[in-house]
Design a protein around this ligand. Structure first.
Ligand SMILES: [Zn+2]
Length: 415
């Protein structure tokens, strides 16, 4: 552990988007790159960013010996609190069986049987692995409970985890993830609107509300009812939109000025227009497309239309057992045809904007939280390039070195 005051120096390349809001269009492809830089942290926040060496040093020093530094990665879309696994489903996918969404109920059964403590323990190990690969803030959705008590149990697990891991966690209520076997469709939508949303908001357990608006899941009308209730109770709005078919979910997200629309594999031209008008962040999840053998989302069309694009893992035990943001960045480079600058912005500042946190995190700038990743690389372009290798050499949140776990080689805390 370091301290809240720290001088990070010897930075070979400091790469960061700039600003306190999402960057769209051409702006998404512009990042600031400083050579031979330092970052001075005071009280957990960035106090100064400069070139060379500062004149006065009166705090501990972390010499990163020419490595590249970026903002901490932000994962704006996960389902990281669950019980059990679906390894059989993974191998069934390998045999070419198509994803139908039925697998969610397998995880619902296991999660309902798990105690709050079991959920926290299982998720903690997963979160620390994500931290070790550079994720410093992440969103976690509920949605494996599908009843008042069980959804609140998952959100309480997220709240307990906040005291267990040195990362920022953002809780999202996603009771509208699937339909529980014991209720009719209408009865469940009514339960969400009348019971679950008010309870989650009333206890301060969620910051956002998300709805799976897609073919075979919640219709646009059902999604609108849930989201309007969420807004009335002070929650921000997110939509799992048009992953399986173009049902008009992106249009709904734009109409309601949702903070983000996620997946978007089958977004229509009208949907893209609606997102651009509302400046709703498009959260793209290429690992899910990889695992499910689905088409990749139209990142170039979205960026070209001026929609800010973010990247996330969609980490969950079914359609994306992928916890690595660097792997998602590799997929964005190769499958979404995004530039290195667009990818970096999507995994940091725009992802922070998708969580309403772009004023606090997502870039290395004076006044922002000192969440940084030191990469065992000489430039940020290498992060997606060395596919499947963990290049995170040191991960800092609030100016403290919190990961990765010690490995052979120089100890980043030594100086
Ligand atoms: Zn999801």
């Amino acid at each position: 552990m370091g301290t809240m005051d720290l001088l990070v120096w010897g930075i070979g390349q400091l790469a960061t988007p700039l600003g306190s809001r999402a960057r769209a269009g051409k702006e998404q492809g512009q990042v600031q790159v400083l050579k031979e830089a330092y970052v001075h942290v005071q009280g957990g926040y960035v106090a100064e960013v400069g070139r060379g060496k500062p004149s006065r040093i009166n705090c501990p020093v972390l010499d990163v010996e020419g490595r590249a530094v970026t903002p901490g990665l932000v994962d704006p879309h996960t389902h990281a609190v669950f019980a059990g696994h679906r390894v059989q489903e993974f191998w069934a996918r390998g045999r070419g069986e198509k994803y139908t969404g039925g697998g969610i109920l397998t995880t619902v059964r296991a999660t309902r049987e798990a105690s709050l403590q079991d959920l926290v323990g299982g998720a903690k190990a997963r979160l620390l692995r994500m931290l070790g690969q550079g994720t410093t803030t992440m969103e976690i959705k509920s949605g494996y409970g599908l009843s008042l008590e069980e959804e609140l149990k998952i959100l309480r697990a997220v709240r307990a985890l906040q005291g267990e891991v040195p990362m920022g966690l953002v809780p999202t209520l996603m009771a509208a993830h699937a339909f529980p076997p014991e209720l009719s469709r209408e009865a469940y939508v009514r339960t969400i609107v009348e019971d679950i949303v008010p309870a989650a908001a009333g206890e301060g357990l969620a910051r956002f509300c998300d709805v799976f608006c897609d073919q075979g899941f919640f219709s646009v009308e059902e999604a609108r009812a849930v989201l309007q209730a969420a807004r009335a109770h002070g929650l921000g709005l997110k939509v799992h939109a048009d992953e399986l078919a173009p049902v008009g979910a992106a249009e709904l997200a734009g109409e309601l000025s949702a903070i983000s629309a996620e997946h978007l594999l089958h977004v229509s031209p009208a949907g893209i227009e609606a997102l651009a008008r509302a400046q709703t962040v498009a959260v793209l999840l290429p690992a899910t497309a990889l695992v499910s053998s689905l088409p990749y989302p139209p990142a170039r069309d979205l960026i070209g239309a001026g929609v800010p694009v973010a990247l996330g893992t969609d980490f969950n035990p079914g359609s994306s057992p992928v916890a690595s943001m660097p792997l998602v960045m590799s997929l964005a480079a190769l499958k979404l045809r995004m530039s290195p600058e667009e990818v970096l912005c999507a995994a940091t500042l725009n992802a922070a904007a998708a969580l309403g946190l772009a004023h606090e995190i997502g870039s290395v700038e004076v006044g922002k939280k000192a969440d940084l990743v030191v990469w065992d690389a000489s430039s940020f372009e290498e992060i997606p390039y060395w596919i499947g290798q963990n290049l995170a050499w040191a991960v800092l949140t609030g100016g403290r070195v919190v990961g990765p776990p010690p490995s052979p080689g120089p100890d980043p805390c030594a100086s």
